[in-house]
Each structure stands twice: as structure tokens, then as C-alpha cells.
Design a protein around this ligand. Structure first.
Ligand SMILES: Cc1cc2nc3c(=O)[nH]c(=O)nc-3n(C[C@H](O)[C@H](O)[C@H](O)COP(=O)(O)OP(=O)(O)OC[C@H]3O[C@@H](n4cnc5c(N)ncnc54)[C@H](O)[C@@H]3O)c2cc1C
Length: 443
């Protein structure tokens, strides 16, 4: 372990590693303490069965060169990420595949809408989404916004409405909750996507090499200690003094906590914090989901973009169609996610119902799929994204990356970066990096 660190990072999740890599690269002696025996946290990927590199879910990088991930690597680490762009998104509705009408080209070719629907949907896309200001919409919910848009255009198509609802679920990775989801976050996602050269990309070789690259950068000027739980962040006289970990006191003037804000009071003394801040941190609602990964003996689909289904709402990718190196030659890796809520996952019957529904859906989407299955992994994620982008916890409301004491910072997917899920973790890392460098007067 390095001695006298300038910065201690509590947690080696993706946000902690991104932040740590930049600070280490900028010359700060950086110590990352991780309580488990591995790095990556929820963005971890593993070698599962021989020749398969399997992520936790579908960790694509949305908005590619407009993503916070790209910015952190390019601007702060001087590295051009090796990303593979995803192909076109396909949409499965009413038993058929359709082009996903999010670009002018796909809107022209899609079989999802009739001509009237295409005209009005095009108008909604331009007038109400691409030209809209985000701030006034952050506290407006998706359901009321759709009603307003329908009335404004005097257009009431069940089909177009249902598509807009599914689009919001896709952009915000949510099982529904349309009366609670923030339309500002939804609009911002589509606007960022429109400015990006591609909708989404995947790191070549998967997340494993990318995470290893971040660890190597940290280790050049610091260290990462596994099985090192932080028990306490020491705050005295209004300033951070260091941490207690595994019974040892480690001093540092800067401590960055990379834990979901719902858990930070396991290491921070509640008595020192404002009750409103404590309440805000503890009340952030996560999303949940069921994931299935499959290794397939042969190719069932050539699609190298996202697959979205309407009912049930799922998102899936053939990861090995995007990057063949993540599966053995001639075989195929497929991952599907159905978002749900932590409450539903508590109920075993409902959980089994979702899993059965997903299995049936997969066979409908890709007839003959089950005959090709070599192995299958079912994961139940009780906390998938740390914060769903709801009106009550949108990016401006969630806790700031700068803590209320000198030297205390936060980073991760429950803090105030824009985006959804992993993106929030990455954008909060970007905000945290900027804040720490600014406070320490480092260019
Ligand atoms: C199954 C699953 C699928 C997902 N799929 C997607 C997806 O498709 N797309 C997407 O964008 N996002 C997805 N996500 C969400 C994404 O993984 C997270 O948003 C992101 O990884 C969060 O990173 P983080 O750094 O904020 O937190 P975490 O990954 O939670 O990292 C926190 C780290 O801190 C450590 N820690 C906690 N307490 C202590 C302590 N006291 N001392 C030391 N260390 C501590 C933890 O062990 C952990 O390593 C998925 C998540 C899951 C679980």
C-alpha cells in the first residue's frame, strides 16, 4: 500500500476507478480501498465459461463521443477509447420486427407507423423534443407530457402513444412509472443522442480490459487495495482527515466516497450532517432488473444493434455480433434485461413469472433460439441503476459530488451527473474530477 496518499477513494466501482485514474494521472498519490476481492463493482465483467467475456447486463456506452466516458479518457487521460459502434436498433412489437424510428432514415422506413403517424411523430421529435429546453421539464412527468403533446398536435394514435411510452422506458431504463419519470431527463437523452455520431458503442474486448487499463493508470502513482473495507471517514474540525480501514487510520486531506448515497452513513457519522441531506441520500430509489445471458452453439441473429421489445419491455444485445472476441468462434453471446422494481423482485411468484415471460418472448423474437442454448445465466439485480431518473430525484436534485465538508467528495450512480444508470456513474465521475482538480488548483 502506498504511504501518505493525497487522495483516498472508498470503493473500486467504475466511478471510483475513473476518478482515481485521472487524479493519479494528474500526479496525486491515489489510494483506492475496495471491500471486496475484485474491482469494477457493478460494472464488473467476468470470463464465464470458456471463451466468453460476460458483463453485468448490457454495458454499452451511449452517445459514444458525446459520452462522459469518452471525455474522461480523451481529455483527462489522453487516450482514444477503442469503441465499436452498435448497428441499428430494432423494435419487436405485435409479433414483428420494425426499424426503430429515432432517425429520419428509420422514420422513413419503419413499418411501425402509418403515414399520418410518421408525420406527427416527426413533428413531435423536432418541435417537442429536439428543440425543447431541458431545465423546465426536469420536474414534469412523462405521462402528463405525452398527454400535452397529443393535445397540442390534436393527434390521438394509440400506436404512437404506446411507442412514446416505450421510448421513455428505453431511454430511462425503467419498467414503467411514467407518472414519475422525468421528461427533462428523457429529452436530454434524445438530444445528446442526436448530437452524437452513433447511438451507442461497446468497448473492444468488453469492460475487462478497459477496467484493467484504469487500474494500471492508478497503480503508476498509487495503489488499489482489495479486501480493504472502509469503516469510517474521519471528519474533524469541519475537514476530512482520512479514513479508518481494517482497524488502521490512514490520513489524507481528500476522500472520495464511491458508494451509493443510500449507504454512505455506514462510513459517515450521521450526527455531523444536516437532516435534510441525510433524508435526501437515504430516499434515492434504485431500479431493479432480471438479466439472462446465453451462450449459443450457432448464430441465430445477425443484428449488431440493440433489440427492444414492447411487451414485455426488454432490451437485449448479441454482444458477440458487436465484438466477436467476447465469445468462441462460431458461437454467440446474447444478453437480455427486463427492468422491474425492487418490490416486485421480493415476490418469488412474480419473479418466476417475469423469467417465464422473458423465455417465451426470446423464442418469439428468435424462433429456434432454445435449440441452440449451450449455457444460460439468470441474474436477479436488486440494485441495477442506483437512481431511476424520477422527477423527485433528477440530476439537479440528487446529492452533489462535493460533500458538505472540506475534502469530502462523492462519485457514483446516485449523485448529480446527467444520464441513466452507468452513465450517471460516469458523468458523476467527470463532475467529481473537475471539482477536485478545481479545488486543488490543478490544471
Ligand atoms: C446486473 C446489473 C446490470 C447492469 N446493467 C447496466 C447496463 O446495461 N447499462 C448501464 O449503464 N448500467 C448498468 N448497470 C448499472 C451500472 O453497473 C452501475 O450504474 C455502475 O456500475 C455503478 O458504478 P458505481 O461506481 O457508481 O458503483 P458500484 O459499482 O456500486 O461501486 C461501489 C464500490 O464500492 C465498494 N464499497 C462499498 N462499500 C465499501 C466500503 N465500506 N469500503 C470499501 N469499498 C466499498 C463496492 O464493493 C463497489 O466495488 C447494471 C448493474 C447491475 C447490477
Amino acid at each position: 500500500m502506498i504511504s501518505n496518499p493525497d487522495v483516498i477513494i472508498c470503493g473500486a466501482g467504475i466511478a471510483g476507478l475513473l476518478t482515481g485514474a485521472v487524479l493519479s494521472h494528474k500526479g496525486l498519490k491515489t489510494l483506492v480501498l475496495e471491500k471486496t476481492n475484485r474491482v469494477g463493482g457493478r460494472s464488473n465483467s467476468i470470463e464465464f465459461k470458456e471463451g466468453y467475456v460476460v458483463d453485468n447486463g448490457l454495458h454499452v456506452i451511449r452517445y459514444v463521443k458525446k459520452s462522459p466516458t469518452w471525455k474522461i479518457f480523451k481529455k483527462y487521460l489522453g487516450i482514444k477509447l477503442d469503441l465499436i459502434n452498435l448497428g441499428d436498433t430494432k423494435y419487436f412489437a405485435n409479433g414483428k420486427w420494425h426499424d426503430y424510428p429515432l432517425s429520419v432514415r428509420a422514420l422513413g422506413t419503419t413499418t411501425l407507423f402509418n403515414q399520418d403517424e410518421k408525420t406527427v411523430f416527426g413533428k413531435i421529435l423536432v418541435e417537442d423534443i429536439l428543440k425543447a429546453k431541458i431545465e423546465p421539464f426536469l420536474e414534469k412527468d412523462v405521462a402528463s407530457w405525452i398527454n400535452e403533446v397529443e393535445n397540442k398536435h390534436d393527434f390521438h394514435s394509440k400506436n404512437a402513444r404506446f411507442f412514446l411510452e416505450t421510448l421513455a422506458k428505453f431511454m430511462l431504463v425503467s419498467p414503467g412509472m411514467l407518472d414519475l419519470l422525468s421528461v427533462g431527463e428523457f429529452i436530454e437523452g434524445i438530444q445528446t443522442g442526436a448530437k452524437a455520431s452513433a447511438g451507442a458503442a461497446y468497448p473492444r474486448g468488453g469492460w475487462k480490459p478497459l477496467i484493467e487499463q484504469l487500474c494500471d493508470i492508478i497503480k503508476k502513482n498509487g495503489s488499489i487495495e482489495l479486501n480493504s473495507k472502509v469503516e469510517k471517514v474521519i471528519i474533524e474540525a469541519g475537514k476530512v482527515q482520512g479514513v479508518m480501514s481494517e482497524g488502521n487510520k490512514i490520513q489524507a486531506d481528500t476522500v472520495i466516497v464511491n458508494m451509493p448515497c443510500t449507504q454512505i452513513f455506514s462510513v459517515l457519522d450521521e450526527k455531523l450532517f444536516d437532516p435534510a441531506f441525510i433524508q435526501k441520500c437515504k430516499s434515492i430509489r434504485p431500479s431493479a432488473g432480471i438479466f439472462m445471458d446465453f451462450g449459443l452453439r450457432g448464430k441465430i441473429s445477425e443484428n449488431n444493434g440493440s433489440n427492444i421489445s414492447a411487451e414485455p419491455f426488454t432490451m437485449s444485445i448479441f454482444t458477440s455480433n458487436i465484438d466477436p472476441s467476447v465469445a468462441p468462434e462460431g458461437e454467440q453471446l446474447y444478453t437480455i434485461l427486463q427492468p422491474t422494481t425492487p418490490e416486485i423482485l421480493q415476490d418469488k411468484e412474480k419473479r418466476d413469472e417475469i423469467i417465464n415471460g422473458m423465455n417465451n418472448l426470446i423464442e418469439k423474437m428468435f424462433p429456434g433460439f432454445s435449440d441452440l442454448v449451450l449455457w444460460k445465466r439468470v441474474s436477479v439485480g436488486h440494485v441495477v441503476d442506483g437512481a431511476i431518473p424520477l422527477i423527485s430525484q433528477h440530476q439537479k436534485i440528487r446529492p452533489s459530488v462535493k460533500g458538505p465538508f472540506q475534502g469530502l467528495y462523492f462519485t457514483g450512480d446516485t449523485y448529480n451527473g446527467p444520464g441513466t444508470g452507468g452513465e450517471i456513474a460516469h458523468s458523476s465521475a467527470l463532475l467529481c474530477i473537475q471539482q477536485v482538480l478545481n479545488d486543488l488548483n490543478i490544471e
